[in-house]
Ligand binder design. Structure first.
Ligand code: ATP
Ligand code: MG
Ligand code: MG
Ligand code: MG
Length: 483
């Protein structure tokens, strides 16, 4: 089954069961000061759960563009190194607002996975909340009983508060959740280690695919819990992981969600995926990061120097550096991936195709600007490595240097830390923060004199004929608003 059919089947399945299908909310969150990017399907329904807004439909399903690179969920360091955490991913979700509860949710999860998608039953695990004495929380025995209809006891595991109890914040709606995991190991490996007692912690190929949250309590200011009059279901399934399981792969990157992009990268740099780990990681990083970058720009978040804009710039620079060092892309390349991606997602997320040229230009501009300093910055880091190696000195890069790389060469601190780690070095982050604070104070004073609200982008790169022995770079300037 191809990924397009897999997505459609999810939506059809819940539609047949009375769910209203809604579009994905933007990946960028402009109206919520507590959250820069959408990080779960439920974000757009927050006000319903909080009781601030009535539910127009009792049952909803969708696929939601999510980004997990900041705040509570930050998976950035894993991306590309492992094969199932992405920066941007699709979260398939179904919701009940005061309508059906645990019984239907668990039954439908099981039915969809095993009867529609035909995933092997004997490879499925479920976790349920095991209770927490300290917090006075009961185990979720209801979910346990329900799962026993489908799964043998040894494949239902108790989980901790951290993994199996969901809370929106210190106060407000909360409840236990039950997660579904799938074992993607080979038969031989399973024979060697038949049971798993801690699901995805001990083997990366035993992967969490779906989380069903049962919102049944309200946490009050005094920390006590009261049952909610209306109980809700909030589920989220990682689309790319689901596709991996159905297509019987052991990496999300081996599915048809990522392969077109990986192939495009491979053709451009003349390398084949699957031959060398370093190259593979770089290809994964590029094929992942371009999605995060493109969809956030299309939804209105431009790369910039602060807050959400800087999150996007950091992802972009991380991708540029992986491409430069491991795939040999010395010229702007990421922007060329935008049309490929836009075509791939033309039906499900048409907003990218609609703004393809603009997104591509912004990415190109960012690449040009970072590539100007990347090489010198990398040489500097290489020199530091050599110095440390020959002097056998401290394995820590001092904060002043890290700041210089940031300020002069445009290296986000996490990128410097990443390269340092590859060299077996660390960075002095505390000293870097001090340098940053000094600079912030300086720019706070300068801000008073800032006069413009616009950033310039070159619209057309080209060459203009201005005389027999002179060719001049030609470019038009367009403006976009700063965010
Ligand atoms: P994990 O433990 O693997 O980090 P999670 O428990 O943080 O996942 P949830 O918050 O429960 O994830 O989100 C619901 C589903 O979204 C997960 O079951 C998983 O399939 C998917 N998911 C979560 N994070 C990512 C990610 N970074 N990339 C791709 N899919 C993800
Ligand atoms: Mg996580
Ligand atoms: Mg988890
Ligand atoms: Mg989870």
């Amino acid at each position: 089954m191809d990924s397009k059919s897999i997505r459609q089947k999810f939506l059809d399945f819940f539609k047949e069961r009375g769910h209203h299908i809604v579009p994905s909310a933007p990946i960028v969150n402009k109206n919520d000061p507590t959250l820069m990017f959408t990080n779960a399907g439920m974000n757009q329904f927050k006000d319903i759960f909080l009781g601030n807004q009535p539910a127009k439909y009792k049952r909803i399903a969708d696929t939601q563009k999510c980004l997990r690179v900041s705040g509570k969920h930050n998976d950035l360091e894993e991306v590309g190194i492992d094969t199932y955490h992405h920066t941007m991913f699709e979260m398939l979700g179904n919701w009940s607002f005061g309508d059906y509860f645990k019984e239907e949710a668990i039954k439908w999860s099981w039915e969809l996975l095993t009867e529609e998608y035909k995933l092997p039953k004997e490879r499925i695990y479920a976790t349920v909340f095991g209770g927490d004495k300290g917090e006075n929380l009961e185990p979720d025995n209801e979910s346990l009983e329900l799962w026993l209809k489908y799964l043998p006891k040894e494949r239902i595991l108790y989980g901790s508060k951290k993994d199996n109890f969901w809370e929106m914040g210190d106060q407000g709606p909360c409840g236990p959740c039950t997660e579904i995991h799938i074992d993607l190991r080979t038969e031989e490996e399973i024979k060697k280690v038949p049971g798993r007692d801690r699901v995805n912690n001990d083997d990366p190929r035993v992967v969490e695919i779906w989380n069903n949250v049962f919102i049944q309590y309200n946490r009050k200011a005094d920390k006590s819990l009261e049952p909610l009059p209306e109980k809700h279901v909030d589920t989220g399934m990682g689309f790319e992981r689901l596709v991996m399981a159905i297509q019987a792969k052991t990496s999300n990157y081996d599915t048809d969600v990522f392969q077109p992009m990986i192939k495009f990268i491979g053709d451009a740099c003349g390398k084949t995926y699957g031959k060398d780990l370093k190259t593979d990681i770089a290809m994964r990083v590029l094929s992942d990061h371009i999605r995060a970058i493109s969809f956030t720009i299309a939804d209105g978040q431009l790369p910039g120097n602060a807050k959400a804009g800087y999150v996007i710039r950091r992802i972009l620079r991380r991708a540029v550096r992986y491409g430069y060092t491991f795939l040999g892309f010395k010229e702007p390349f990421l922007n060329k991936m935008v049309p490929v991606l836009a075509n791939q997602f033309a039906e499900v997320f048409p907003e990218l195709k609609a703004q393809q040229d603009f997104v591509q230009k912004v990415v190109l501009e960012e690449e040009i600007s970072f590539l100007r300093t990347l090489e010198i910055g990398l040489k500097k880091l290489e020199q530091i490595r050599v110095n440390i190696e020959t002097s056998k000195g401290s394995k820590v890069i001092d904060g002043k240097t890290v700041f210089e790389l940031y300020d002069t060469f445009g290296f986000p601190v996490d990128l410097t830390a990443l390269i340092a780690r590859e060299y077996g070095l660390e960075i002095d982050e505390a000293e870097f923060e001090k340098e940053m604070a000094v600079q912030k104070e300086r720019s706070r004073k300068d801000a008073a004199t800032e006069t413009t609200d616009w950033v310039l982008v070159r619209e057309e790169e080209g060459v203009e004929f201005v005389g027999y022995d002179h060719l001049r770079a030609k470019s038009k300037i367009v403006k976009y608003r700063k965010v």
